[in-house]
Write a protein that binds this ligand. Structure first.
Ligand code: PRP
Length: 215
C-alpha cells in the first residue's frame, strides 16, 4: 500500500514520530533493523542464525568432552535463560540442569556488588558442573560462582558463555567454552537486558553510541 501524506498533516507527524522513536528511521533514510529502548538506540549485531550456528558448535564440543560423564548445567538467571534453553537442546550426553541466580548489575554498569548463589539443590554441587552464562563482562560473577562451587566440593567446574567481553579476556577469567568475543559494546537481546527490557529479542543488538554508556 502506498499512501501520500502532506508533511504538515497530523498523520505525517504521527508516522514520523513512530519511525524516529521506535524504528530509528526517517522518511528518505534506508530502513535499518534498529530498535530504541528507553533513551538508547541499538543496531543488530549478532543474528539469530549466527547464534544458532555457534550454539551447535559449542554443544558438539561439550558433548564430546563430557561423553563419559553426566554433567550438571547451572545456568545463571536471568540473562542465560534463552541461551541455556537452546544449548541444552543440542547436548547429546545425559545431563541435569538447575537454574540459579545472582545479581550484579544496575542499569548498564556493574556495581561489583555480588550476592551468593540462590535457588539450588545442595546435592547438585558434588558433580561435574558446567556454569552457563549469557555474558562474562568483568568476570566478577563467574569468578565468585566458580570459587563457591569448588568450596562446595564440585568434582569439576567449567563455564560456557555465549559472550565474553575484553576485560574478562584481559583478566584471564577461566571460561572454557566461549561463543563470541566482544570489545566493550553494550549489548542486549537473547536474554540480555537494558533495565529489564529487551530480553525477549531473538537477535543480539549493540548500543549505537556506546561511548554514552558507562562501562
Ligand atoms: C549479568 C550476566 C552475568 C553477569 C556478568 O547478570 O548475566 O551473570 O552480569 O557480569 P560480570 O562479568 O561483570 O560479573 P546480571 O547480574 O546483570 O543479572 P541478569 O542476568 O538478571 O541480567
Amino acid at each position: 500500500m502506498h499512501v501520500n501524506l502532506k508533511n504538515d498533516s497530523q498523520e505525517y507527524k504521527y508516522v514520523t514520530f513512530y519511525l524516529k522513536n521506535y524504528l530509528c528511521v526517517l522518511p528518505g533514510q534506508e530502513a535499518m533493523p534498529n530498535i530504541k529502548i528507553k533513551d538508547l538506540a541499538f543496531k543488530k549485531f549478532i543474528s539469530s542464525s549466527k547464534i544458532e550456528e555457534k550454539i551447535a558448535e559449542l554443544a558438539a564440543q561439550i558433548s564430546q568432552d563430557y561423553k563419559d560423564k553426566t554433567p550438571v548445567f547451572l545456568p545463571i538467571l536471568n540473562g542465560s535463560f534463552m541461551f541455556a534453553s537452546d544449548l541444552l537442546k543440542e547436548i547429546r550426553v545425559p545431563c541435569r540442569v538447575s537454574f540459579v541466580k545472582t545479581s550484579s548489575y544496575a542499569g548498564t554498569s556493574s556495581t561489583g556488588q555480588l550476592k551468593t548463589l540462590i535457588g539450588h539443590d545442595e546435592s547438585l554441587f558434588q558433580q561435574h558442573i558446567i556454569v552457563v552464562e549469557d555474558i562474562v563482562d568483568t568476570g566478577l560473577t563467574l569468578d565468585k560462582i566458580i570459587e563457591e562451587l569448588r568450596e562446595r566440593g564440585a568434582k569439576s567446574v567449567e563455564a560456557v558463555s555465549l559472550l565474553r567481553k575484553k576485560l574478562a579476556r584481559e583478566k584471564k577469567i577461566d571460561v572454557k567454552y566461549v561463543g563470541f568475543d566482544l570489545e566493550n559494546e553494550f549489548v542486549l537481546g537473547y536474554g540480555l537486558d537494558y533495565d529489564g527490557l529487551g530480553r525477549n529479542l531473538t537477535d543480539i543488538y549493540k548500543a549505537i553510541d556506546s561511548t554514552a554508556i558507562e562501562q
